[in-house]
Design a protein around this ligand. Structure first.
Ligand code: MN
Length: 248
């Protein structure tokens, strides 16, 4: 990939369906606060589909739509760098410098599903991508595989392909600062770059997660108090366990 394309901004591409509007407000506000001059933000509104009522159905519709939208963005920004983001994510620090660094030598950079050396899974919520042939082929193959699924889940399909190495793609993980609920619950390090509210498809639960994490990140003191309380709780629990043993 030509390096001169790096002069342009990183295109942050996101979409939301009408029913997830409150999440979009959190997303947008967080972007305003980080003042990332290297980003060009594009948030697309998709009208809600009234024909599918249940939350789980809406969720599946959003996942199918996601693959379709990614293909559109990759075609639109050919030769440039994009950051595709779910709408249930908030940012705390500039993301474009990390995106550029990570894309050096890779076609796609994924958020980790879990922390630790045992993790092999990617999370498709936040992805940095070079809009090139390899990336386009990758997503077209994912889209083609979607028809086989009764309940489509883009992340499962992506992880299957990456594990099988059946599509040639240069990919890597973002560092742990690209955080999610599956990493350290609602108590990430206060120095994270972004947080993805995962583990629930319920919007109110997601908002609770974002609020809780925002508190931790905005006030490291709050974080240390919580850590201290956890430690104290452990000490008390341990001491409590010792007492009956001595009596017995
Ligand atoms: Mn998500």
């Amino acid at each position: 990939m030509k390096r001169d394309a790096k002069k342009g901004p990183v295109h942050l591409c996101a979409f939301y369906t009408e029913n997830f509007l409150p999440l979009k407000n959190y997303f947008e506000e967080s972007l305003r606060l980080i003042h990332d001059e290297g980003l060009s933000v594009e948030i697309e509104r998709i009208p809600d589909d009234d024909t599918c009522g249940k939350q789980v159905e809406k969720w599946e519709r959003a996942m199918r739509l996601k693959v379709k939208k990614i293909i559109e963005y990759v075609q639109k920004y050919r030769g440039e760098e994009i950051l595709f983001s779910d709408i249930d994510i908030i940012f705390f620090r500039k993301i474009s410098p990390l995106t550029r660094t990570m894309l050096n030598g890779h076609d796609i950079v994924f958020q980790k599903e879990f922390l630790g050396p045992g993790n092999k899974d990617v999370n498709t919520g936040l992805m940095a991508m070079w809009c090139n042939d390899a990336t386009l082929d990758f997503w077209r193959t994912v889209a083609a595989a979607a028809h086989k699924d009764a309940f489509f889940n883009d992340q499962r399909i992506v992880n299957d392909f990456l594990r099988e190495k059946s599509i040639p793609i240069r990919w890597t993980f973002f560092p742990d600062t690209i955080s999610a609920t599956t990493h350290r619950g609602l108590r990430p390090s206060p120095w994270i770059t972004s947080f993805h509210a995962t583990c629930s498809i319920n919007m109110n639960k997601k908002i609770e997660m974002l609020e809780a994490v925002r508190k931790v990140v905005r006030s490291p003191a709050h974080y240390y108090v919580l850590e201290l309380l956890t430690l104290l709780k452990r000490v008390v629990r341990y001491a409590y366990r010792l007492i009956p043993r001595r009596r017995g």
